[in-house]
Design a protein around this ligand. Structure first.
Ligand code: NAI
Length: 568
């Protein structure tokens, strides 16, 4: 088979290169190590050498062409050899293309109305599809109804309560008379309802038909929708996008299932009263955020995490700072500790935890089980049509295509990174590909955000990941104690940390613990997307006084030229 010469990835963040000049012609013999062509990126010019001996059979990318990383530049082989088809978006076979509609209009079905599904539906409608969206519960999915949005209402209330209690330090004299839990719940419902009705309006504005019910595949072009009253309806489609989301995973811990005081994140958003004690199983994002909210509401919180550190995907050094802060507020945190069983007791629920080989028991009024989520694909009957999945997690290629080329899948149901913004990004890509474009998903600008106090956000590689991948890097750090705005806002708690590649000085990762970190991280995501270098960050003027100045100072610190703190 002919050898494919592909566009190399010359820096971690490089996405494409431009063919500057071919030094060999089609038909010419080339030797391993000989320079074939020159390519440029916005950073550098590089020579691409042949990795094999042979004849240059075909030049695919001409001078001036922009070629994505791994895109084919040319083929080398033996004279007269035929060339295999390039890989890419799978095409539908004539037999698969049997459906139902006129040539001009694509019938596109979206299964699930969360931030993945409703965004996919809108994008497909913008591109001219006739879109039907099936939702078994409420539009807005987990995010709007029982996830991101209601949690953030509780966290915002918690932050306001904490700030109000601390106003004395600023000379403001207010008395806090407690928390009206019913009003908090009403505010949460009002925000959620407003956003859900906003999505309903967007469906109408984009002429998307919403069908209430549970979809399951009948064949490759038909789903059966079962309504709440038991009636069924058949819907046919040319293209489909599965966006069925996820549900909380229930761990096989003895006593959890049958105990009404053991709740998942949905239950923990709507306790009838604020619990006096809360035991949290799982030190991931859900556990940490809800622990933060309830601690501020006056609950005594204990978190148990099986791994050596909380928030396994976040930067270790800043996670440790956050842990200390949470502990200083009175939250008990146990790591490398595993819950073995729970049982009902007179005073609440008894939780047995194995720590360093010993079993300790804890008593709590409520237990939050937050050990992850699993794909919600059971009802879809994926096997009936042969959609490939791994224990319910739908398998897709970078174009969000399943093994059946006209059926796409996005978001939590893939069982990978379960975040609303990833689902939405993948939804737009799936819709565009279903409507004839060819767009690949790339998660490198995906920010991770944890809504603690202070907030915690990161994008790109953590220091641990850079080490694991053997990437030569250096670090720039800036403590928020030296940032005027942060000092005013939260007493200067937190830090900005930049991870910079040694070779190209590109931004590999940025991690922020500090006030509004989840908003600040946008600049760094853009920087990584644009393959910015550390110089690009500090050459940009950052407004004063803002916390963003600390991002620039961390970039300066990475090159030993920080202004507002001593350098190494
Ligand atoms: P997670 O996967 O983030 O964390 C679960 C944690 O539980 C892990 O650290 C795991 O080691 C630990 N664990 C598992 N079994 C345990 C046991 N028996 N005893 C003690 N610890 C145990 O899952 P989480 O927090 O439930 O969140 C689910 C999904 O929702 C995640 O994908 C998360 O990214 C997403 N989410 C994102 C938010 C955000 O972006 N701000 C907010 C809330 C959820």
């Amino acid at each position: 088979m002919a050898f494919e010469v592909k566009m190399p990835q010359l820096g971690l963040t490089m996405e494409e290169g431009t063919v500057a000049k071919w030094l060999k012609k089609e038909g010419e013999h080339v030797q391993k190590g000989e320079v074939l062509l020159e390519i440029t990126t916005d950073k550098l010019t590089s020579e691409i050498e042949s990795e094999t001996d042979g004849v240059l059979l075909q030049i695919v990318a001409q001078e001036g062409d922009d070629v994505p990383v791994k895109g084919i530049l040319c083929y080398i082989g033996t004279a007269g050899e035929s060339i295999a088809q390039p890989s890419g978006l799978q095409q539908e076979s004539a037999q698969q293309k049997q459906p139902t509609v006129s040539e001009e209009e694509t019938n596109l079905l979206v299964i699930g109305g969360g931030p993945g599904g409703y965004v996919a539906a809108i994008r497909a409608a913008q591109l001219g599809a006739n879109v039907t969206l099936v939702e078994k519960n409420k539009l807005g999915g987990t995010c709007l109804n029982v996830g991101c949005i209601p949690t953030k209402v509780l966290l915002h209330t918690a932050e306001a309560l904490t700030e109000t209690k601390e106003m004395e330090q600023m000379g403001i004299q207010v008395a806090v008379n407690g928390l009206d839990w019913e009003k908090v719940q009403a505010k949460k419902a009002a925000v959620t309802n407003q956003l859900v009705s906003g999505v309903t309006g967007l469906m109408k504005a984009n002429r998307i038909k919403v069908v209430e019910g549970t979809a399951s595949f009948a064949d490759e072009h038909t789903v059966t929708v079962t309504k709440k009253d038991g009636n069924t309806e058949q819907l046919t489609f040319d293209k489909a996008i599965i966006a069925s989301g996820s549900v909380p995973a229930i761990p096989p811990i003895a006593g959890v299932k049958e105990n009404a005081d053991c709740v998942d994140s949905t239950g923990a958003l709507s306790f009838s009263d604020i619990p006096k004690t809360l035991f949290v199983i799982g030190g991931g994002v859900i556990g940490i955020e809800l622990a933060t909210a309830y601690q501020a509401f006056g609950t005594k919180v204990t978190i148990v995490e099986a791994m050596p550190k909380l928030l396994p995907m976040m930067d270790g050094e800043l996670t440790q700072m956050l842990r200390k802060k949470m502990e200083s507020k009175g939250i008990t945190i146990l790591t490398e500790a595993k819950v073995q069983s729970v049982e009902k007791a007179a005073e609440g629920t008894k939780v047995y935890v194995e720590i360093n080989g010993n079993v300790q028991s804890f008593i709590a009024e409520k237990v939050l089980v937050a050990v992850g989520r699993r794909s919600d694909t059971e009802a879809l009957q994926l096997d009936r049509v042969g959609i490939v999945h791994e224990k319910g997690k739908v398998v897709v290629n970078e174009y969000m295509q399943t093994n059946i080329p006209h059926i796409y899948a996005i978001g939590d149901c893939l069982g990978k990174v379960m975040l609303a913004h990833i689902a939405s990004a993948q939804g737009e890509i799936a819709a565009e590909n279903a409507m004839g474009e060819c767009v690949a998903y790339d998660g490198k600008t995906n920010p991770s955000c944890v809504y603690t106090n202070p907030e915690f956000a990161g994008v790109g590689l953590t220091e641990e990941q850079a080490k694991q991948q053997n990437i030569a890097y250096h670090v720039g750090k800036f403590p928020l104690m030296a940032n005027g705005k942060a000092l005013i806002m939260n007493g200067g708690e937190g830090m900005v940390k930049c991870i910079i590649g040694d070779t190209y000085k590109e931004i590999l990762g940025v991690h922020i613990l500090g006030p509004r970190a989840t908003d600040l991280i946008g600049e760094s995501a853009l920087a990584i997307g644009l393959e910015a270098t550390v110089e690009d960050i500090y050459a940009t003027i950052h407004a004063h006084p803002t916390v963003t100045e600390a991002v620039r100072e961390a970039a300066l610190a990475a090159t030993n030229r920080a202004i507002h703190m001593p350098n190494k």
